[in-house]
Structures are given as C-alpha cells and as structure tokens.
Design a protein around this ligand. Structure first.
Ligand code: AMP
Length: 411
C-alpha cells in the first residue's frame, strides 16, 4: 500500500515524501482511513511504529480540507495531549514537518518553563495544539486558550498518562472540549484502567492493535541473569565490559537509581547520560541529543522519561530493575530490534523480583533464556566464573547471545 492509496492530499503527500517515507507503516495503514472517516479510534501501538504520523497526517488533512477563512482568525481545532515535555515537543516537530506545504500552524505548550512565550504564540493563533496536561489547564484557567472549537482530541500514551496520575486532568480537558469532537486514544499497553477511561470518553470506537503487547519482538534476543540486588551494579559493569557493544538503553525504576548508576559508569570510564523527571528540560534534551548523535553510547532512564522517545539504532536494552507491569517489559525490549535490525535485551533479576519474571514469562509465553555463567550468581553455592579483564572495553558479543557486531566505535 502507498500513501496515495490512503487518499491523502497533495501537500501532505509532498511532506511525507520529503520526510523520506516510502510507504505507510502498519499502524498508519490501519488507522488513517478510520480517522479520515471521522471515527473515534483506540490504537494500541508502541513508539517506533509510526503512530505519530498515523494521527498527525489525517488530522492535517481534515483541517486542510475544512479551512476556516483567515479573516476569522485561527482557532485551535486539534488538540493532542501528551504526558511528557519531550513527547510533546517530538509530536509538535512532526506536525511542523507534515504541515510544511500547508498554512496550518501548530504550537506546543508544556510545564517546567516560562509561560510567557507560550502565551505569545497562542495569541498569534494556531490550528493545532500539542500540550502536557498541567500547563494546558493552567493556560485555560487564565483564559489564554479556547477549546470550544476542538474537532479532534488525541490522547497519546494514555497508559503513561494514567501511571503519572493525570487521569483527573485528562477527564477535565476532555470535558472542556465540545461533545461533538472526534477522540483518538493511543497507548503502548492496554491495561484495564485505560480501557475504563476509553469507555468513558470515546464513542463507539474502532480498535486497532498493531503490536500485540504480549508478543515480544522476534528479532530481539532475551537473556535473564539472576543476581543479588547488591551486586547488580557489578553485573552491569561486567556485561558492559564483556558482553554488549553499541548503543545501550538501561532502565532503572527510580530517579535515584538512575543517578547512582550513572555516577558509577562515569567513574568506570564509560560515556553515559541520564534521563529522569528531576532533571531540567534542558538537561534532558541535551542528554538525549548526546545519545542520539553518539557522543555517549549509554543512556540510563526511568520508564517515564524514556517512554515514547524516538531513538533509532539501539543495539541493546538492559533491564537493570525488572518492571512490575509485565507489558512494560515488552515495551522496553521493543525499543531495540527496530526496522528489522537485531537487538538484544538483558534483564537483571534479584530475589524479590522473581514474581515479575514469572508474570513476564506468562505474558510473552516464552521462557527467557538464563545466563548462569556470570560472576554474581544469586545462588551463593553456584561456582562464580573468573572474570578475565579484557584489553578493550568491549568484546564481541558472545555466541548465542544475539549481540550485534558493529564496526562503528563509540569512543
Ligand atoms: P513514532 O512511532 O511516531 O515515534 O515514529 C517513529 C519513527 O518512524 C519516526 O522517526 C518517524 O519519523 C518514522 N516514520 C513514521 N512513519 C514512517 C513511514 N511511513 N516510513 C518511514 N518512517 C516513518
């Protein structure tokens, strides 16, 4: 299928071609026609599947086809609510790209930064607003934006929105928009709470599930290490020195954990950056930029901070802490092995996390292969292997561990 088959109009097809997209992705193929028909849609798709364009392209098309006469001034007609600043910025950038051959204007507003420049942008008039919930409500309270003309309301990363405690804000925002609007809900996972929310705010929605949340990516190898909690940092250093090479994303549960691991890696001559909610917006953006352009090859993040961030060329994911929600595991390891590339994932499980492994294995219906031959076994009776220090920081991936050979050096 081509973008033309999706009945997108010329200015949008031009922008898509300039973005270098040859064909629509699966989520775009399935979602775009339904949105263009005006249906409410629930789409279960992870970041990396092309879900932003899946809602941005039809929204732009609908707004373009029903242009309001310029003399009446621009009214916000599409609203996209996103849980984090980074995601909101990323979505807004996509809108700018896809709208480059139209005169549709978009803006992004988010918290943690001065409200004044955002007020000025809103005053100039925009068609599309991307926002984080708190700042959106702030601006609305100050009568600086009007949601009475919203035609399409998008709730992105709905599961994360709920995890972050935004449920009441989301419901408030939804009520500020007209009843007649079209509502689109996107979520990487579909826990019961998201279903519940969907049933209260969507009308007779169409459902699309592009990547079943229970199926781990086939081209991502998985390895499980049982390790005492106190030895996880040593194990992490061990695998980084001996097993994994390339661009690595490490997940930790807490902000404190992210900082602690980051400090250890830096002290051990690794190049690493960190993402979590207590860092300023600039710090987070710089960290991500340094990782994306290869200045550092390790990024340590909490789920919330890493969610939705579009990082290409990820070679490996380390689950330093195992997630207590099994779908999150699928989502995390799905960050590598994109676009047909091979990726690998490494999960460190301490005694108290064993129930999480059980839940994950039940969900994915796969027994995650165990790596027993490492120096920090959970069972003290197990014979630890002797770790020979390598000359180089990396050595090639072990046979059978799915490590990808990379010519590129990162240091
Ligand atoms: P998303 O899932 O929206 O975060 O998109 C992930 C990445 O895929 C982004 O870098 C997009 O620019 C890119 N992308 C979106 N649609 C397509 C497409 N049809 N073909 C190629 N790349 C795409």
């Amino acid at each position: 299928m081509s973008f033309k088959d999706l009945k997108l109009n010329k200015p949008i097809l031009r922008a898509v071609a300039e973005a270098g997209y040859d064909n629509p992705t699966l989520v775009q193929e399935q979602t775009i026609p339904l949105i263009l028909e005006g249906k409410d849609v629930i789409t279960s798709a992870q970041t990396g599947t092309g879900k932003t364009a899946a809602f941005a392209l039809p929204i732009l098309q609908m707004l373009y086809d029903k242009q309001v006469a310029p003399k009446k001034g621009k009214k916000i007609r599409a609203l996209i609510v996103s849980p984090t600043r980074e995601l909101a910025i990323q979505i807004a950038k996509n809108f700018v790209t896809y709208a480059s051959h139209t005169d549709l204007r978009s803006a992004v507003v988010y918290g943690g930064t001065s409200i004044e420049p955002q007020k000025d942008i809103l005053k100039k008039g925009i068609d599309i607003l991307v926002a984080t919930p708190g700042r959106l409500l702030d601006l609305h309270k100050q009568d600086l934006l009007n949601l009475d003309f919203i035609e399409t309301f998008v709730l992105d990363e709905a599961d994360l929105m709920l995890d972050m405690g935004f449920i009441d804000d989301v419901k408030k925002i939804e009520r500020l928009c007209p009843d007649t609007k079209q509502t689109l809900l996107f979520s990487a996972t579909m826990p019961f709470k998201v279903e519940q929310l969907a049933s209260t705010i969507l009308k007779d929605p169409e459902r699309i599930e592009v990547t079943p949340t229970s199926s781990a990516a086939k081209n991502v190898s998985q390895i499980l290490y049982y390790v005492p909690k106190k030895s996880k940092i040593e194990l992490c250093l061990h695998v980084l020195r001996n097993t994994i090479e390339g661009n690595i994303l490490i997940f930790r549960r807490t902000k404190f954990g992210v900082d602690k691991l980051h400090e250890t890696l830096i002290n051990n001559d690794f190049t690493a950056e960190r993402l979590h909610g207590d860092r300023s917006q600039n710090e987070r953006q710089n960290a991500l930029a340094d990782f994306k352009r290869g200045k550092v090859n390790i990024l340590i993040a909490t789920d919330v901070a890493a969610r939705g961030i579009d990082i290409n060329e990820l070679d490996a994911v380390i689950n330093f802490d195992l997630p207590n929600v099994p779908e999150t595991y699928v989502h995390r390891i799905g960050r590598t092995g994109r676009a047909g590339e091979f990726g690998s994932s490494y999960s460190f499980c301490s005694a108290d996390e064993k129930p999480y492994v059980k839940a994950i294995q039940q969900l994915i219906n796969v027994q995650i292969p165990l790596e027993e031959n490492h120096p920090y076994p959970l069972d003290p009776k197990a014979q630890p292997i002797v770790h020979k220090k390598q000359g180089s920081k990396y050595r090639k991936g072990r046979k059978g561990e799915g490590s990808k050979k990379k010519k590129k050096r990162w240091y």
